[in-house]
Ligand binder design. Structure first.
Ligand SMILES: *[C@@H]1O[C@H](CO)[C@@H](O)[C@H](O)[C@H]1NC(C)=O
Ligand SMILES: *[C@@H]1O[C@H](CO)[C@@H](O)[C@H](O)[C@H]1NC(C)=O
Length: 339
């Protein structure tokens, strides 16, 4: 399946607005005007810059535990060549995906900022403190957790406000989407890049973010949300519990003294069943994951992400191309794209 992303890229070049499996933020939108690609957002040195960062089955040997998890692989080498956008504190801006792609994976989206200590973001590695200003998790509790239950599903940009209380200065702004469709086998997929902005103009710019993080360090694969959760088996309350166990469940900083809660706290009641399901889900990561062969023909093929096997399963056991059937455990096999 190595060639698939290249095919998708070719398709999206000629067919804008196609949903794609992989994506990266490349444009900043200021006053409703999209910038050029990489005008304000640091480019990366990856040959396929839209590929995700993962803990296992990595691309370019990059993991969320590496320092290049801040702004993507090699992006600091573009820092001086990337322009700095002036933004008035309180303004709403957006970060938009390359090729107008749409997010086609289930999972949360968030935006973090980090201030350059020298007030020159073109020299800043992002090794200081980061704070979160925007977060979208589950918007529809009865929706499909593998798809549109997630607020960001189908989005092609993240629109967010720079808090009015943001102190003047130069910042990295990091937009990130996490695809959780492979979290059952430690293959959560992180898509992210950083814009360079100069915040000006607010007399109220004296706020202090309440919660800050280091990148890397903010996430690790002991967190069930990224390693162990199974969107096809877990219920919405379990997923919310997993979210709350990570910084993704933390309040965003809006400039005030209290943040905005992003996940409901109704998760406590689910904790017992959560632990039980976790035990069985943990077995999934030890499955072979090799996948049976694809490209079958005929009319009873399971669709992408659908079940294709498991104890007592009576439905189709072959998948529509390019998906292949992967066994997560004896109860559940699923059509996924192995790339
Ligand atoms: C939430 O998901 C359910 C089930 O798919 C759907 O019927 C409903 O329209 C969705 N609600 C919203 C607000 O999208
Ligand atoms: C993962 O992060 C959590 C929360 O910050 C922390 O308690 C835990 O020690 C970390 N685990 C590893 C293996 O780093």
């Amino acid at each position: 399946m190595k060639s698939l992303p290249a095919i998708l890229l070719t398709l999206t070049t000629t067919l804008p607005h196609q949903a794609t499996a992989h994506y990266i933020f490349s444009k900043l939108i200021l006053n409703n005007e999209p910038s050029q690609d990489w005008q304000y957002i640091r480019q990366t040195t990856r040959s396929q810059n839209y590929m995700p960062t993962k803990w296992t089955s990595t691309y370019d040997n990059l993991t969320p535990s590496d320092s290049d998890f801040r702004c993507n692989l090699g992006s600091f080498s573009y820092a001086a060549k990337t322009e700095v956008a002036e933004v008035v504190a309180g303004d709403t801006i957006a970060m938009k995906l390359f090729y107008d792609a749409e997010i086609a994976h289930p999972g949360p989206g968030q935006v973090y900022m980090s201030k350059s200590p020298t007030d020159n973001v073109q020299e800043y590695q992002g090794d200081g403190e980061w704070f979160k200003i925007w977060e979208r998790t589950i918007c529809n509790d009865t929706g499909d957790l593998t798809k549109d239950a997630w607020c960001t599903y189908g989005m092609s940009e993240f629109e967010f406000q720079i808090p009015e209380a943001t102190p003047a200065g130069e910042y990295l702004v990091r937009a990130e989407h996490v695809g959780l469709h492979g979290a059952q086998s430690n293959e959560a997929e992180f898509f992210y890049s950083c814009a360079q902005i100069k915040v000006t103009g607010s007399s109220k710019g004296s706020g202090t973010p309440s919660l800050t993080y280091q990148i890397p360090g903010i996430y690790n694969d002991s967190m069930t949300l990224f390693n162990g959760l199974n969107l096809w088996m877990d219920d919405v309350e379990q997923v919310k519990t997993d979210i709350l166990d990570t910084p993704i469940g933390d309040d965003v900083w809006t400039g005030g003294s209290s943040g905005t809660s992003v996940a409901s706290s109704t998760a406590t009641a689910a904790a017992v069943t959560h632990a039980q399901v976790r035990t069985s889900a943990a077995g999934a990561s030890s499955s072979s994951g090799a996948g049976s062969s694809s490209a079958p023909t005929g009319d009873s093929l399971a669709k992408h992400y659908a079940q294709c096997g498991g104890l007592n399963w009576m439905g189709p056991t072959a998948c529509e191309s390019p998906s292949v059937c992967v066994e997560w455990n004896e109860y559940y096999s699923q059509c996924v794209v192995r790339d």
